[in-house]
Design a protein around this ligand. Structure first.
Ligand code: AMP
Length: 443
């Protein structure tokens, strides 16, 4: 990291960090944060079965909806910085609440989280700022949806307006299928999240994710990433929360990054300022590189999962300073992140049946795995009374490796995966196919 961050005198106490959330994302954040010598303890609420394998980490049992109990606990633990992982808490205004109580918080308030929890609002936001994105129609009723769908000459994508745990996007093959998707959303498939439907022009091109750490005015970019959303190899099958990822994405050349910064990232920050939104957290830009240039597919108001697990091992021990600077509004915008010369990849091991129904409670056996430039971040696990690690989610483990190139990264990931087992374990063998020589020869 640059001298700027090292020489800054503005850091306050950073002994006790709290991370809210229970997935692989939060465990990887904890792992990156604990590297800093100033950090004595990283607490996770609620964390999962793998959290306490991470140095300095402790899980805390407290109901965050019971605000008095929650605050009492934070004061008792002398929390210096709160990092909020999941979008639902940001959309609920948890960051606003904690800031009002004078905690330093990494994560936007409810106003900024709207970039994610209302797709129609985000589309209008982009329209206001002239940010390139697919054309769209916002509809409130089936009648309106019908009119748009059957009169449109282009293919459409159907999206529930609100949060839907990554399941609210449909890519239909026909107008009738498109109408069916709009109907199911408007009829309550996602509850209030589907009171409004966004119909979007279907665009084409490879996808890439860019992350900006933002302090309200200034921002810095983390390494880019590409994830694999589909369940099966060759990017087929249903959409999932993410089956794997790699970083940085070679697709995003320096020139492209300059263009994306100018056309998308800077205008987003300017528009937030124009709208008086003091955004202190990460903005995830889900981009599609189309023939006519990069376009925004979606914003998220938090780190992506599994992109976060993939990127965190590329951060040095000063990462926590960046989060703190964002929370305090004192980024210089010139901080450079030392990502060493390694690249990183992640493969997700899931329960059989995911993303549909699956069973949990199977014992996880981890054999002889690497210790260097290799991490296992638990995504959905728990511990039983005897301290045995059990499956406890659809996505169970994030297997993450770093090496000099992606062939080496994924060879290592898959070699280690042979040492990991639980009943019904499933993972894709072609994660990173775009950047692995084995697959480029096949294509
Ligand atoms: P989202 O949850 O908005 O990221 O959408 C999930 C996935 O749907 C994206 O990663 C894209 O692959 C696809 N998608 C979303 N919007 C569009 C669009 N306008 N055109 C084509 N594909 C899209």
């Amino acid at each position: 990291m640059s001298n700027n961050s090292k020489s800054s005198k503005k850091f306050t106490r950073l002994e006790n960090i709290l991370i809210i959330g229970n997935g692989g994302r939060e465990n990887s954040l904890a792992w990156a944060i604990q590297k800093n010598k100033l950090v004595k303890k990283v607490y996770l609420i609620p964390g999962n079965g793998g959290s306490e394998r991470i140095n300095k980490c402790e899980r805390i049992k407290v109901d965050i909806n019971n605000k008095n109990e929650f605050l009492e606990k934070l004061n008792f633990l002398k929390i210096d910085l709160v990092v909020i992982g999941p979008e639902i808490h940001l959309a609920d205004g948890l960051a606003d609440f904690l800031r009002e109580k004078n905690f330093k918080v990494f994560g936007p308030g409810k106003d900024g989280a709207r970039l994610e929890y209302s797709k129609s609002w985000a589309k209008e936001f982009m329209q206001d700022a002239k940010i390139p994105t697919a054309n769209f129609w916002k509809v409130n009723s089936l009648e309106e949806a019908k009119k748009v769908i059957y009169s449109s000459s282009i293919s459409l994508v159907v999206k529930a307006d609100g949060l839907a745990s990554g399941k609210g996007v449909f890519i239909p093959d026909s107008k009738d299928e498109c109408y069916g998707a709009a109907e199911s959303i408007l009829n309550g498939k996602f509850g209030n999240s589907g009171n409004v439907v966004v119909l979007e022009e279907r665009i084409q091109g490879p996808e890439v994710s860019v992350f900006a750490l933002c302090d309200g005015k200034k921002y810095i970019l983390l390494p880019s990433a590409q994830d694999h959303k589909r369940l099966n190899e060759k990017d087929k099958g249903p959409n999932t929360g993410g089956m794997g990822a790699y970083s940085p994405a070679p697709l995003l050349t320096e020139d492209y990054l300059i263009r994306i910064t100018k056309e998308i990232i800077a205008p987003t920050i300017n528009e937030l300022n124009k709208k008086n939104i003091d955004y202190k957290g990460v903005i995830y830009f889900g981009l599609m590189i189309t023939e006519s240039g990069p376009k925004v597919i979606e914003y998220n108001c938090r780190f992506g999962d599994p992109e976060c697990q993939t990127i965190m091992p590329l951060m040095d021990q000063d990462f926590v300073f960046l989060l703190e600077k964002c929370s305090m509004g004192n980024l210089t915008g010139n901080e450079k992140i030392d990502t060493s010369d390694l690249v990183s990849g992640c493969v997700i091991a899931t329960s059989q049946g995911y993303p549909h129904e699956y069973k949990t409670g199977y014992t996880i056996k981890i054999g002889n795995v690497d210790s260097n430039n290799f991490q296992i971040f638990d995504s959905g696990t728990s511990l039983n009374k005897n301290g045995e690690l059990l499956t406890d989610g659809g996505r169970v483990l994030s297997i993450v490796c770093q090496d000099k190139n992606f062939d080496m990264v994924f060879d290592k990931a898959y070699k280690n995966l042979k040492e990991i087992n639980f009943d019904g374990i499933y993972y894709r063998n072609d994660i990173g196919h775009q950047v692995r020589r084995k697959f480029s020869k096949e294509n």
